[in-house]
Design a protein around this ligand. Structure first.
Ligand code: PLP
Length: 456
């Protein structure tokens, strides 16, 4: 057999946008092949790794995932805000395929290549602010956050990092310290990194309706009193919190923090790992209030599903690190960079910021109608294609994680993938692929409504 005839060891079904865009249940959930895989998994995969769905995926594309038993799911999760351009998106497949055939890895620190430079150029062009920028590429979101902290400390000569209640920044040792929630992220994994200080977040539904300015003033007073401005390298914040429950700070909160940081030589790091790349209807969520961060971390939606992350920021900050101080074996791997080039082209050519705004127009009235009919819905919030409902005990603001799980499970039984979130586990969050066909999105909402009706 000639080397060009080498075939994959398992048959690979074809996904991508040509998959039938339909919800289709043809077996019990999970079907027999998924049950078989679950049994193999139990003996092979650490119990510390869990999955939302009980089924195993064979293909994905557009707004659907197809499982190994042939069931076709409506995907309202995008692999946690990753496949915004759709699974196996055409341009991503083309770029990645060509790159895989050319070369798969050299290590940018050893033998550089154009894809890395091109991705950095795109990031510098697309992220907020007209100033001169530089980028560095890594593998995961947590790794980007870790490097943003390293860069901020090197550039300022200060060590303290200020983070916020309900924040999520990753699961490595430093990012566990930055992340707020104990279970499941931190429990039994300490001790954690030092010089991390947590202050209050603007959370209009749960902070007594303080204005953004009031909430910022309170956070600033804490920083001044408990840390001291001259010790603070950076404020690190998600412009809309992701795992924390899609908490949208009150208007004015982010601009007030940005002004404060600027006045005191503190760097503002926007963690846009979940909010970035058109998800919220802007390319980056900071743009909604005209906030220009000094550093921005990106990952998730950056590369159509390939593992890639980045730190982008002011040239003088990014270049303050000594040569060789940043890197990693795989950071900015050429195949992942090819994925990013395909994803960024798709975002721009298909106006996916416009699609995200359209998804909000379609979903928001339906979610608000749910809130009117069901006392269990405490609040509907979010922006663009990053929307959520927070569930409470009717008539109170007591978190209701049981109802949240029940609704999610009922959706899963009907072939609609929804995710949960929130410090109290009581938020249903929706992150559809931005390319989801509208009829499919509407059908997903029908199933969600039915799930709420079954709550009784
Ligand atoms: C997912 C996420 C991270 C961590 O990214 P990983 O790729 O899982 O390490 C960090 N910050 C935010 C806001 C995230 O949503």
């Amino acid at each position: 057999m000639a080397s060009t005839d080498i075939v994959p060891t398992t048959a690979h079904p074809v996904g991508g946008p040509s998959l039938p865009q339909e919800r289709r249940l043809v077996t019990a959930i999970p079907g027999p092949r998924s049950v078989e895989l679950a049994a193999r998994r139990a003996h092979a995969v650490s119990a510390g790794v869990s999955s939302t769905l009980p089924v195993y995926v064979a293909a994905g594309g557009g707004g659907v995932l197809v499982d190994v038993d042939g069931n076709s799911w409506i995907d309202l999760g995008s692999g946690i805000a990753v496949t915004s351009v759709g699974n196996a998106a055409e341009a991503v497949v083309a770029e990645v395929g060509a790159q895989v055939q050319a070369f798969t890895h050299t290590c940018f620190m050893v033998a550089p290549y154009e894809g890395y430079v091109a991705v950095a150029e795109h990031l510098n062009r697309l992220t907020p602010g007209q100033h001169e920028k530089r980028s560095a590429l890594f593998n995961s979101g947590a790794e980007a956050v870790e490097n943003a902290v390293k860069i901020a400390r090197a550039a300022t000569g200060r060590s303290a990092i200020v983070v916020f209640e309900h924040a999520y920044h990753g699961r490595t040792n430093l990012t566990m310290a930055l992340t707020a929630k104990n279970m499941p992220y931190k429990q039994s994994f300490g001790p954690f990194a030092g010089e991390v200080y947590r202050v209050g977040m603007s959370y209009p539904y749960r902070d007594g309706g303080r204005t953004g300015e009031q909430a910022a003033a309170e956070a600033i007073r804490r920083i001044h009193t408990e840390v001291g401005e001259s010790n603070v390298a950076a404020l690190l914040i998600e412009p809309i919190q992701g795992e924390g429950g899609f908490v949208v700070p009150a208007p004015g909160f982010l601009p007030a923090l940005a002004r404060y940081a600027h006045t005191h030589g503190i760097l503002l790091i926007a963690d846009e790992i979940q909010t970035g790349f058109a998800r919220t209807g802007d390319l980056f969520a900071c743009q909604h209030e005209g906030v220009v961060p000094d550093l921005i971390t990106t990952a998730k939606g950056i590369a159509g599903g390939l593992p890639l992350s980045a730190v982008t920021g002011r040239a003088e900050v990014m270049d303050a690190v000594h040569p060789g101080g940043l890197g990693g074996t795989y950071g900015g791997n050429p195949v992942a960079c090819a994925g990013a080039l395909g994803a960024i082209r798709t975002l721009e050519e298909q106006d996916l910021t416009g699609r995200a705004r359209r998804i909000e127009q379609v979903m928001l009235p339906r979610l608000q109608a749910l809130a009117e009919r069901h006392g269990v819905v405490g609040e509907v919030r979010g922006r663009g294609a990053m929307l959520a409902v927070e569930l409470v005990e009717p008539g109170t603001r007591e978190p209701n994680p049981a109802a949240t799980t029940a609704v999610a499970t009922a959706c899963h039984a009907e072939g609609v993938l929804v995710l949960t979130a929130g410090s109290y586990g009581n938020v249903l969050r929706f992150l559809p692929p931005l390319v989801i066909p509208e009829p499919l999105l509407l059908e997903g909402l029908d199933v969600l409504e039915k799930a709420f009706s079954q709550l009784g």
